[in-house]
Design a protein around this ligand. Structure first.
Ligand code: SF4
Length: 478
């Protein structure tokens, strides 16, 4: 059985969350929302629903469509639902870490689902355990429920506020109580969380929340705006209330959502992702032109940037790498090893488009460099005369501590090699990355409101900067 990195050395997806309030088919809408968010995590998925009294939860390892069959959804009654699709960034890949987490505590029954990474979770957990808390999972999300249970505040909303103020790092959270939904975003706004509305012909509109707006498109909901960083939105029998629970902080929206994670048909942090990616390609073409015949994307992540590059350079855009969308988690490998088998399973070149051509290959990142090398070889073996690699972001030199599963610094090729060394390693004729200034322009970041730490090593929170320095010191000394 392959390990989870065999097909690609990409940075891995994180998690997707969704919430529905006020719809008779809440579980089905949550299921469809998660289906649209499947790209954000494929290890496990779960839905909790409530009919105003009891919370029902189903979660399992696997893909959304495999877990939530018609009989399973029938056992999730109620007009409120929250959902989660997971790729583990903290905690092991096991079912007990699948979300939502649901508990009965002194504030009633609550369930929670989380996208992000709580950077002070280990310290909070140690404190809670010293005070008698017993944890069932290794995920950082469970810490939040214990903080709520331990709060001296009387109401759930006040206890939540109390808990959220103790957290550091990245969190877009959806909570389900017996009669209400509460959603919140961390004060720096690392991860997205959109808010929408679903009109009904027979009653009041339903309120919907999701990591990305592509979930709204599938269920026919209208995107209204984002849950603001540091904001808590409560939807219950008395209506919708929005409040700031935390003081204003400098924003640190994850730029990698626009570079790679989010779907191009989503609006993330109020900006269409496709627009950002095409702009990255346009600027890359201006900064790093090459005398070539065609522009080829590494699908699907390089598609939009390649389109921008081709438009700006005037070179034809050719889909000369075909992606197999149906690659499962397991496969039967032939007993005699085939070179670069994992990548061949996922991508196949169109020889007639590549033969004799000088090719500009556009991708969104080089992480370890091994996958890029396999793709360059594949294009060359299909007859390309030259292969010029262009990357639509700056070199990835530092790991993420805010919910993106990146390898250690020692495994990031750009942290340990010059661009010329990387070019040689991936066997390309030339290699260029987008500059930081152009990345910033591509996401229209005029007010310096994004996190770029994986390209700069400069983390937007003190706790992480210290942690990072400690780890680097330990490594250097070991
Ligand atoms: S370090 Fe990189 S991946 Fe992590 S939040 Fe910042 S920009 Fe996003």
């Amino acid at each position: 059985m392959p390990d989870k990195n065999i097909f690609s050395d990409k940075l891995h997806e994180e998690c997707g969350v969704a919430a529905i309030y006020g719809h008779s088919e809440a579980s089905k809408l949550a299921y469809l929302s998660l289906y649209a968010l499947q790209h954000r995590g494929q290890e496990s998925a779960g839905i909790s629903t409530s009919d105003g009294g009891t919370i029902h939860t189903t979660k399992a390892m696997g893909h959304v469509a495999d877990i939530f069959t018609v009989p399973v959804l029938k056992n999730l009654p109620g007009y409120m639902a929250i959902g989660h699709t997971r790729y583990s960034t903290t905690g092991d890949t096991v079912e007990r870490n699948a979300q939502p987490f649901s508990v009965q505590c002194n504030k009633g029954r609550i369930a929670v689902a989380h996208n992000g990474n709580i950077t002070n979770a280990a310290a909070l957990r140690a404190d809670l355990e010293a005070n008698g808390a017993i944890f069932q999972a290794s995920s950082d999300t469970e810490v939040i429920l214990h903080l709520v249970a331990h709060s001296r505040e009387k109401t759930l909303a006040a206890a939540l506020r109390d808990a959220l103020l103790q957290l550091e790092g990245a969190f877009s959270l959806v909570f389900l109580a017996e009669d209400r939904i509460i959603v919140a975003r961390d004060p720096q706004g690392f991860r997205p969380l959109a808010m929408g509305q679903l009109e009904s012909s027979s009653g009041p509109a339903a309120h919907v929340f999701a990591s990305e707006t592509c979930a709204f498109d599938l269920i026919n909901a209208v995107y209204l705006n984002d849950v603001q960083p540091g904001e808590m939105v409560i939807v219950g029998p008395e209506g919708v209330s929005r409040e700031r629970y935390a003081p204003q902080k400098k924003l640190s929206q994850c730029v990698f959502e626009h570079v790679y994670f989010s779907r191009p048909d989503s609006i993330v942090f109020g900006r269409p992702v496709q627009e950002s990616r095409e702009a990255m390609g346009v600027m890359l073409a201006r900064e790093a032109p090459a005398a070539a015949d065609i522009v080829v994307p590494v699908p699907d992540s390089g598609n939009a940037a390649a389109l921008g590059y081709a438009g700006e350079s005037g070179l034809p855009y050719k889909q000369a790498l075909i992606r197999n969308h149906y690659v499962g988690r397991t496969f039967i490998e032939p007993s005699q090893a085939i070179r670069d088998f994992g990548v061949k399973l996922k991508l196949n070149p169109v020889r007639s488009l590549l033969e004799g051509k000088s090719v500009i290959l556009v991708d969104d990142s080089i992480v370890r460099g091994t996958t890029s090398r396999k793709i360059v070889r594949m294009v060359r073996n299909a007859g390309a005369r030259e292969v010029h690699m262009r990357i639509s972001c700056p070199p990835t030199i530092s790991p993420c501590f805010y919910g993106v599963d990146t390898p250690n610094k020692s495994e990031l090729i750009a942290a340990n090699s010059t661009i010329e060394e990387i070019r040689k390693f991936i066997e390309a004729d030339s290699l260029a990355y987008l500059s930081m200034g152009s990345l910033q322009k591509s996401v229209a970041d005029v007010k310096d409101e994004f996190c770029y730490a994986c390209y700069t090593g400069d983390y937007p929170s003190d706790f992480v900067n210290i942690e990072h320095l400690v780890r680097a010191g330990k490594k250097a000394g070991s």
